[in-house]
Write a protein that binds this ligand. Structure first.
Ligand SMILES: [Zn+2]
Length: 213
């Protein structure tokens, strides 16, 4: 299992810290006990044509005897390419503001890989839309409206990312990463995974508030 957390460092900055890279001290999602750090493992993350070797720390709950990888949000689960690399390739097809040199993030990645990212994102867009919209409303944000993005495959999920980001910024604890990265934190590093599994604290809170079956 893993938890994705909002890391303020770039891949290169995090990688440069080696084994002493930071990680949050979280509470266990099952029992609420504060987890302790429990070693780390090596992993590669590719961005802008550079393969960085990073150490991912693990959190351990003594009471539950469970261990979880603490993934910084620039990591996509089961992918070597960084969150921003995939984001640059997907987002350039939509009406959003991205830096003019964003394509450099996925420089050197084979065209078929880039196509597979876009395809995967489109396939799971409605699931992402549901998750992000539910959380937006939970956080008191705006209801979704149809935009020009919504006519393109995957576009509704892009719009939902913008709305959940707006809602997140109005929360008292706001230290919010950019929309694409925030969405990756919310879905636990699985922006282009086969299916979305919600991080446990969010899903239980939503269910607790729901009166419907
Ligand atoms: Zn626990």
């Amino acid at each position: 299992m893993s938890i994705t957390w909002s890391c303020r460092l770039s891949v290169a900055q995090y990688a440069a810290l080696g084994r002493s890279a930071p990680a949050p001290r979280l509470e266990c999602a099952d029992c609420g006990e504060q987890v302790t750090f429990d070693g780390s493992y090596r992993r590669q993350v590719r961005e802008a044509g550079v393969v960085h070797e990073i150490f991912v720390r693990r959190g351990f709950c003594r009471r539950c005897n469970t261990s979880e990888a603490l993934l910084p949000e620039f990591v996509l689960r089961r992918r070597r390419d960084s969150t921003c690399s995939v984001g640059a390739a997907v987002l350039e097809r939509f009406e959003v503001e991205i830096p003019p040199d964003a394509a450099a993030f996925y420089a050197g990645v084979p065209e078929r890989t880039v196509r597979s990212w876009r395809q995967r994102f489109s396939e799971r867009a409605s699931e992402l839309w549901q998750v992000l919209t539910a959380l937006t409303l939970e956080w008191g944000g705006e209801h979704p409206r149809r935009t020009r993005n919504a006519r393109r495959p995957g576009g509704s999920a892009i719009d939902a990312m913008a709305l959940v980001w707006n809602a997140a910024q109005r929360r008292p604890t706001a230290d919010v990463p950019p929309p694409w990265r925030l969405a990756n934190v919310i879905v636990g590093g699985e922006l282009i995974a086969t299916r979305v599994s919600l991080p446990f604290p969010i899903i239980t809170r939503l269910i607790a508030r729901s009166r419907a079956p």
